[in-house]
Write a protein that binds this ligand. Structure first.
Ligand SMILES: Nc1ncnc2c1ncn2[C@@H]1O[C@H](COP(=O)(O)OP(=O)(O)O)[C@@H](O)[C@H]1O
Ligand SMILES: [Mg+2]
Length: 250
């Protein structure tokens, strides 16, 4: 096979990286059932890129984000993150999967699907605790994330009592507290009012300025215009022919 000799060891952010594209899909295929959802996807995303995924409903944007995060695995072809093969076998190794989850954060479209703890503070501490960080470091990260998202006042609230915009900020804080290299956002603006949208746009700009890798599935043209270095179209799409883009054939 092509990647017979590729590694199944994933570096931490601090270690020397492999030197190739941070994210590399090669002929990646995936089906939930009989109908294929991702067909022979070949895609490279370099560290620090901001990529906007566009395409019709049902074209596979959310599924591709799940693949980036290692939540689904290739049935044909391969996915490498920082040179390491991400597949069913490597993800069964807890050290490997924890490391991937620490390096690639996923902000779900539906914040309710992401929040399950009794309080906001527990919610945000969950990831850093999973990473095995000390209590002091966990507390520091929680405080930093609360401050950066401007949600200190929500610290002791139960997540299910929050508004949609507040839930979204808590969900982002949960990912931020793990300090990942890559942020995957699935339709981040959906359901947010104008004020919450502005706030989130500002936060995305900050992440980009900090050199983070952003992969954002959105239909929102102004968000796309603002943050995208380039676009990946799932299937046929002709909105941005004059801007850097790749087509992912379906
Ligand atoms: N958990 C699932 N089980 C079965 N089919 C699914 C599941 N999630 C998504 N699909 C199907 O996969 C296709 C792509 O979905 P999705 O990745 O959510 O697209 P998008 O995010 O672009 O709207 C759709 O046909 C959808 O119905
Ligand atoms: Mg989707």
């Amino acid at each position: 096979m092509v990647h017979e000799h590729a590694e199944r060891t994933l570096h931490t952010t601090q270690e020397k990286s492999s030197g190739e594209a941070l994210i590399a899909f090669d002929g990646f295929c995936f089906a939930y059932d009989e109908e294929p959802t991702l067909r022979h996807i070949t895609l490279r995303i370099d560290a620090g890129d901001s990529v906007v995924l566009m395409g019709d409903n049902g074209s596979g944007k959310s599924t591709l984000l799940k693949a980036v995060c290692g939540l689904i695995h290739p049935q044909q072809g391969s996915y490498r993150f920082d040179g390491a093969i991400v597949d069913e076998t490597s993800m069964r190794d807890t050290i490997f999967s924890k490391r991937l989850h620490a390096r690639v954060g996923f902000i779900f479209q539906d914040s309710d699907a992401q929040l399950f703890c009794a309080s906001v503070v527990d919610e945000i501490a969950f990831g850093p605790r999973q990473m095995g960080l000390s209590d002091e470091e966990v507390a520091r990260r929680v405080d930093d994330a609360l401050a950066l998202l401007g949600i200190e006042g929500l610290r002791m609230r139960a997540p299910w009592t929050l508004s949609g915009g507040e839930k979204k900020r808590v969900a982002i804080a949960c990912v931020l507290s793990m300090n990942p290299d890559v942020y995957c956002f699935d339709e981040p603006l959906s359901g947010l009012d104008a004020k919450a949208r502005d706030r989130l746009m500002g936060f995305l700009r900050q992440l980009k300025a900090a050199g983070k890798t952003l992969i954002i599935a959105t239909h929102d043209q102004s968000l796309a215009d603002e943050v995208a270095d380039w676009f990946a179209y799932m299937g046929e799409y002709h909105g941005y022919e004059n801007r850097p883009h790749v087509h992912i054939n379906l």
